[in-house]
Design a protein around this ligand. Sequence first.
Ligand code: COA
Length: 404
Amino acid sequence: MVSDELDRGLEGATVAETRLSRIDGETGDLVVAGFPVEALATEATYEESVFLLLYDRLPTAEELAAFRSDLAARRGIGDEVRAVLRRAAEAGEPPMDALRMGAAAATLDAPDADDATADPDDATADPDAPAEGPVDDAAAADHAAARRAIAAFPTVVATYWRYRRGEEPVAPREDLGHAANYLRMLTGDEPTDAAVRGLETYLNTVIDHGLNASTFAARVVTSTESDLVSAATAAVGVLKGPLHGGAPGPVLDDLREVHRSGDPEGFVRAKLDAGERLMGFGHRVYRVRDPRAAVLEAAAERFYGADGDADFFETAREYESVAVDLLAERKPDRRLDTNVEFYTAALLHGVGVPRDLFTTTFAVSRVGGWMAHCQEQRENNRLIRPTSRYVGAEGRTWTPVEER
Ligand code: COA
């Protein structure tokens, strides 16, 4: 069926079924694999969130332990990948470009973790399952590639970052959880519990969000029966764009400026008078406050209360309230409320993620959602192939080059 309707930006077009997350933009509800985001964000470890998305249930204690060690065993990158990242850092390539290069190159030296132990749905893990055939082999390899991408992203980002700062990379430590290990690889120091919990809450909060642009790209790649590394690499490229994953860095700049001047109202008025947008406000889907803003605000409050500059957090709150009021005054017909990026900036800054790595840290989380979407696409695949309306010339006659 070909429709004549032109659907620019595919806004409102439903092109996939998913069990991974549900967004209600009117009520501000976000449900991730059956759990309200508020519960998942605060209760889960990142490994549990990934398991939930990949296998559609929570792991038992035993399964979680096996899954954690499987991911931990897949964190390492070899000399070739480190060389690529060193080169990217020396050449001043931006972090998302380095992640794209590193994620693609990391297939060169994926460590040989025991694929059977961690995958509860892998036929080879079940002693009573029929003998492994070519299809099972392919499925097991696919699941292993998903876990490899999820495990290696933090190492790629941290390795690049260390080189960019003129420091030696910090090797991943298998005894640490995903979030703690990432922070340690970035800073070289043992992170505090409060920082780990803050980062983990962030990673859980943004792991999946419907059919956003990067997730859609990952599904398009998978729909051609291509591989998961290609899907992850394409998704990184999509997330890099400022309309998708690029807002939290500028939010932090704004927060710092307001913290310094102590004048949120003057700052907001000046921006709006200049016709600029306020970063961290407004959303394509939500017509109320983004539910992830509340989750991250609470996490930031906990973190700054325990371990940070409480005054900076208060500035964020004050700025938010002034901004929402002034946006309502200026745009009475359009509800512009706080989005996920606002408290992302405050929280990630607090726990010690450098500003330049905000978007790559988003990717460190979202790769879990991407991989789960790819698996889901595989389970019930149909090539994603929309149509376009031709508006070019017709009936041209070929002129040989010497006559043009
Ligand atoms: N600050 C000021 N005005 C804003 C605004 C913001 N953050 N977001 C939207 N508006 C205004 C637009 O200027 C437009 O006004 P106009 O009708 O007078 O031209 C109106 O609200 C509608 O904006 P539109 O661009 O159609 O909304 P959208 O759904 O396409 O955009 C965003 C959604 C997220 C791209 C947009 O709100 C934005 O740019 N926000 C800032 C960047 C950001 O925080 N991004 C992270 C998103 S999670």
